[in-house]
Design a binder for this molecule. Structure first.
Ligand SMILES: Cc1cc2nc3c(=O)[nH]c(=O)nc-3n(C[C@H](O)[C@H](O)[C@H](O)COP(=O)(O)OP(=O)(O)OC[C@H]3O[C@@H](n4cnc5c(N)ncnc54)[C@H](O)[C@@H]3O)c2cc1C
Length: 455
């Protein structure tokens, strides 16, 4: 007769080893809890392995190539070419060590590590890699996956992950969706010598200030990237080594050929395989875990969620996921007391030049009936942009009259991704706009332009 041994039981099981899962795992372990983590992919999560970090290595090369081009006749001669295979090798020096380092980090502090897809069996048990494990608490930090587009032939689309792994860059690349992933990758691909087409049906980069987006769209077109807006991808077909992408623009059908078609059509919470129903964990229609203000499941109190997987009303960004992880850790250890504060979270489109925003757009400020003053200006003639021969530069800063505080800042141009952090600090900490204006900035820096952006 065989006796079934009871499942191994932990104080906490964390599903996902990315930005959202790390803080709960480490902090609860440091408090003496028994903790297990699991991942179905190599340890490290999207940002370090398949997102922000590898992407920005590629963006760095694109920036250099573009700056070199802009400086022709201004003291620089000779073109800079991107060698894609070499760039990929350089990228891998960042990503390759991550899984082993992360896993070792967990093991060093006594966190049990599992590999495989977790699937709930009941409110307190899940199966992973053929084993059943149980816990007092769970943190779901399973991230996001590309949304299903419902387009015939969509199985031929490659994901952002595959794009970031390409050993060779094909000459003709189409991107379906006009979000930040498509814009960033198209900007890189173009600078690396490929032709790029972005097909999008809604407003492009819809979370960003649209006046600046319009400017970036114009610039993107001038770089030779084709943008089809108001256009829906309707079918994808493989023809030999290439693909035929069928599109519909306001009733007009057209087909283009590409060597690679990339999914840039948005991401949704990655909960499909988790069988959340078995654990009584309610989700939103897109699969996001429904949570209360403490990031706890509204239907199963032993479950918390952090990062892209949580329906928590925040943007799917790395700093937000990491921050949510710290809130969850605190609530697990000290009882539900902390709720996330999403004010002043900057976000960036890493095109060349980058587009950055924090706080409200002008439309949002008007919708909230705030009494605001708005300062918008083209800054391509300002010293800091002329010095690097960048012609695409602009800002919009929105200040509330009553409080004298900046409520929204939007920047397009070199170093926008860095300068936006100053505005994020001001918004999050409630620093008056006059303080930003009167700060003594290092000069000449892009930061020293800030006083001239504030009305
Ligand atoms: C191409 C790209 C570029 C990006 N660029 C930026 C950027 O520049 N700046 C920025 O802030 N954000 C960026 N993001 C978003 C950012 O990467 C995410 O917001 C962040 O990584 C989310 O962290 P997370 O912990 O929620 O999920 P993830 O880091 O995705 O971690 C989730 C983990 O859970 C695992 N998992 C899922 N389901 C299961 C299961 N059933 N069993 C076991 N394991 C499971 C997954 O394998 C994964 O490793 C980018 C994303 C992409 C795709």
């Amino acid at each position: 007769m065989t006796t079934l041994s009871p499942p191994k039981t932990f104080d906490l099981i964390v599903i996902g080893t990315g930005s959202g899962g790390s803080a709960p795992a480490y902090r609860c372990r440091a408090a003496g809890w028994s903790v297990a983590v699991l991942d179905e992919l190599p340890y490290g999560g999207t940002c370090a392995l398949r997102g922000c970090d590898p992407k920005k290595v590629l963006v760095g090369a694109a920036e250099l190539a573009d700056w070199n081009r802009r400086m022709q006749g201004r003291g620089i001669t000779g073109e800079a070419h991107i060698s894609w295979p070499d760039l990929m090798r350089f990228k891998r020096t960042f990503t390759d060590p991550v899984p082993a380092n992360r896993e070792h980090g967990f093991e060093k502090v006594g966190i049990a590590t599992y590999h495989g897809s977790g699937r709930f069996l009941s409110p307190d048990k899940l199966s992973v890699d053929g084993e059943v494990i149980a816990a007092r608490y769970f943190v779901i930090a399973a991230g996001a996956r590309p949304r299903r587009l419902g387009v015939p032939g969509e199985e031929h689309l490659v994901t952002s992950t595959a794009f970031l792994e390409l050993d060779q860059l094909p000459p003709r690349i189409a991107f379906v969706g006009a979000g930040y992933i498509s814009f960033e990758f198209a900007h890189v691909a173009r600078r690396a010598g490929a032709s790029a087409l972005i097909v999008g049906r809604g407003r492009p980069l819809r979370h960003f200030e649209q006046d600046l987006v319009t400017r970036l769209v114009d610039h993107t077109r001038r770089l030779g990237i084709e943008l089809r807006l108001d256009t829906e991808a309707t079918a994808l077909e493989k023809r030999g080594a290439a693909y035929r992408l069928q599109m519909n623009t306001r009733g007009r059908t057209e087909t283009v050929e590409a060597d690679l078609v990339v999914h840039g059509g948005g991401r949704v919470p990655n909960t499909e395989g988790l069988d959340l129903g078995a654990a009584n964990i309610a989700t939103e229609a897109d699969g996001g875990v429904r949570v209360n203000e403490f990031l706890q499941s509204v239907t199963n109190p032993r479950v918390y969620a952090a990062g892209d997987v949580a329906a928590a009303g925040s943007l799917p960004l790395t700093p937000v996921a990491a921050y949510a992880g710290t809130i969850v850790a605190s609530n697990l250890l000290k009882g539900n007391a902390r709720s996330p504060d999403y004010r002043g979270i900057p976000s960036v489109v890493f095109t060349v030049p980058p587009l950055a925003g924090v706080g409200l757009t002008e439309v949002q400020a008007r919708e909230q009936q705030l009494d605001v003053r708005v300062k918008t200006q083209d800054t391509s003639t300002w010293y800091s942009n002329r010095r690097v021969a960048e012609t695409c530069a602009m800002f919009k800063v929105i200040t509330e009259n009553q409080t004298g505080r900046v409520v929204g800042a939007h920047l397009l141009g070199p170093h926008a991704e860095e300068v936006i952090n100053l505005f994020a600090l001001a918004i999050r900490s409630g620093i008056p706009a006059t303080d930003l204006k009167h700060l003594l900035y290092a000069y000449p820096t892009s930061g020293s332009d800030v006083p001239y952006m504030i009305s």
